[in-house]
Design a protein around this ligand. Structure first.
Ligand SMILES: [Mg+2]
Length: 229
């Protein structure tokens, strides 16, 4: 019998990729307006180049974007702070749960324990949960800081199981990344469901999930299936 459902956060419950694109566009525009002698497109591309090299959670992106340009400290700081403010404003505006997430979680919460296992840093994970109005649904919220290991390590999954006092076979994990979420949850012995709608570059070969959903609301049916079989 299923007792708990654990979720990945970024791209599973939130449209994280869209959020990173929107905030990068806003930051690029702000730096251009602050006098940086590059086009918005060049600035946007620089932001994503840094994300690709240093990770999507990298915290000094705009300083790195401006590094090496022929600008004095006055103009660099103006552009950097303009980018940070534009990014932050856009973040407050565009972090929203995916369609039907609140409705489905509200109904699941009546029957199951719900938790999060995310690779995001603790502060960022909580900011995203609060901004999207999802912060009251989950215990525990296991973040990168709790085990200092990223999925597919089984450590973050095991920590969630300990905190919930449940057995792996009584838990379903839902995540969008086949190589991190699904592989890790499988190794830890959980049932797995791929959130295919959030999965970039999906291929069938890398899909080892027990179940998959093409939209969040289909989760209810998967749970029925697990409970029935
Ligand atoms: Mg994800």
């Amino acid at each position: 019998m299923l007792k708990a459902i654990l979720f990945d956060l970024d791209n599973t419950l939130l449209n994280f990729s869209g959020f990173k694109r929107e905030t990068a566009l806003a930051a690029a525009k702000a730096m251009k307006q602050a006098g940086v002698p590059l086009t918005e497109k060049e600035l946007y591309d620089r932001i994503f180049k840094i994300y690709n090299e240093k990770g999507i959670e990298y915290q000094r992106t705009f300083g790195d974007v401006l590094y090496g340009l022929e600008l004095d400290q006055h103009h660099i700081e103006r552009a950097r702070q303009a980018a940070i403010i534009a990014y932050t404003k856009k973040k407050y505006e565009c972090i929203r749960p995916r369609p039907k997430v609140i409705q489905i979680l509200s109904s699941l919460k009546r029957k199951y324990k719900l938790g999060i296992v995310t690779d995001a840093p603790r502060e960022k994970a909580w900011q995203r949960l609060i901004l999207s109005g999802l912060d009251a649904f989950f215990y525990p919220v296991v973040t990168y800081n709790d085990t200092l290991e990223h999925k597919p390590s089984i450590k973050p999954f095991e920590l969630a199981l300990i905190l919930l006092k449940v057995k792996p076979g009584d838990v379903l994990f839902v995540g969008d990344n086949p190589e991190r979420d699904i592989l890790g949850a499988k190794k830890a012995g959980l049932h797995t469901c791929l959130a295919k709608y959030g999965c970039i570059d999906y291929t069938e070969e890398m899909d080892l999930a027990d179940y998959k959903i093409s939209k969040f609301e289909n989760l209810a049916k998967i749970i029925e299936e697990i409970e029935g079989g």
